[in-house]
Design a protein around this ligand. Structure first.
Ligand code: PAF
Length: 282
């Protein structure tokens, strides 16, 4: 498996490699790989000739210093996990200085309002940080296809907008959420949950499933109020937000209309660990 830390050497390698294998898939990650990431990589392997996985914990997308410091770093284990999929994967794991050229700041983006909803409200500057790093990675790798999980559905919509507005020639491919046995959405943060709480956390997905049923016959407001009640009754989890939005605009639903796609989003604290999840309602 080829691993690059230096941008220049990586770019030279890619240029040569693409002469033989031009169809390139990019899977950007912050490491601490779990089965959800590996599913993205597997899909990329099936659909491309060359697959690049980037591992970089991007400081500019963290609004909370402790969250950044506590973000799990498991590089050796990540490489071993990737090897079980294919030896041909190319890993790019730059240093912060190497990728940010000593200017560790975010570009300011206009994502047509998508950035102000939900995660944007609670994590100031988060999407400017995501936009900055994803734009850099797309420029460096120049992939045909780039893969992102639907757990971060808002991020996925924002990246589609980034690509559209900046005319970046790449297909952005969203992939379904991978879940643990109890339904908990896979996330690198799950590792930080004590075992008992991790088991209990199936409650989040069960609540989403139940809410989806309710939304079939009840209003968005009643469904959200019901979710709030469920969380108030469960002392293990504290709900930061629950929103039902139009899937494209991410604007909250006031009245249900036919032929519109809606999605329910939640952010939840379990101890000090922040978990997000979402479900399509149609
Ligand atoms: O989803 C993530 O892991 C990150 O936000 C990403 C897309 C790799 C950018 O740092």
């Amino acid at each position: 498996m080829q691993i690059f830390n230096q941008k220049e050497a990586f770019i030279l390698f890619l240029k040569k490699e693409k002469e033989q294998n031009p169809i390139t898939g990019l899977v950007p990650t912050m490491g601490a790989l779990h089965q959800g990431h590996l599913n993205l990589v597997q899909k990329a392997i099936e659909e491309n000739e060359l697959v690049v996985v980037t591992i970089f914990v991007n400081p500019t997308q963290f609004d909370n210093k402790t969250d950044l410091e506590k973000y799990p770093k498991t590089f050796e284990k990540d490489v071993e996990a990737l090897k079980t999929i294919s030896d041909k994967i190319v890993v790019f794991a730059p240093s912060t200085e190497g990728i940010y050229d000593n200017q560790v700041t975010s570009e300011k983006f206009d994502f047509d309002g998508l950035e102000y909803a939900m995660e944007g409200k609670f994590r100031t500057g988060h999407f400017d940080g995501v936009g900055t790093i994803v734009k850099k990675l797309l420029e460096i790798v120049g992939p045909t296809n780039a893969y992102f999980g639907e757990k971060d559905f808002q991020q996925l919509q924002i990246i589609k907008k980034l690509v559209e507005k900046n005319h970046i020639p790449v297909n952005i491919i969203g992939c379904p959420i991978s879940r643990e046995k109890n339904g908990l959405a896979m996330s690198s943060r799950n590792e930080r949950l004590p075992d008992a709480l991790r088991k209990e956390a199936g409650f989040i997905y069960q609540t989403l499933l139940h809410a989806k049923k309710k939304f079939g016959t009840e209003s968005a407001l009643d469904t959200i109020n019901w979710i709030k009640e469920q969380f108030e009754l469960n002392p293990n989890f504290s709900l930061e937000y629950a929103e039902i939005t139009n899937e494209k605009t991410l604007k909250p639903v006031k009245t249900k209309e036919k032929n519109k796609d809606y999605r329910l989003f939640v952010a939840v604290y379990a101890n000090d660990i922040r978990l997000i999840d979402n479900i399509a309602l149609n």
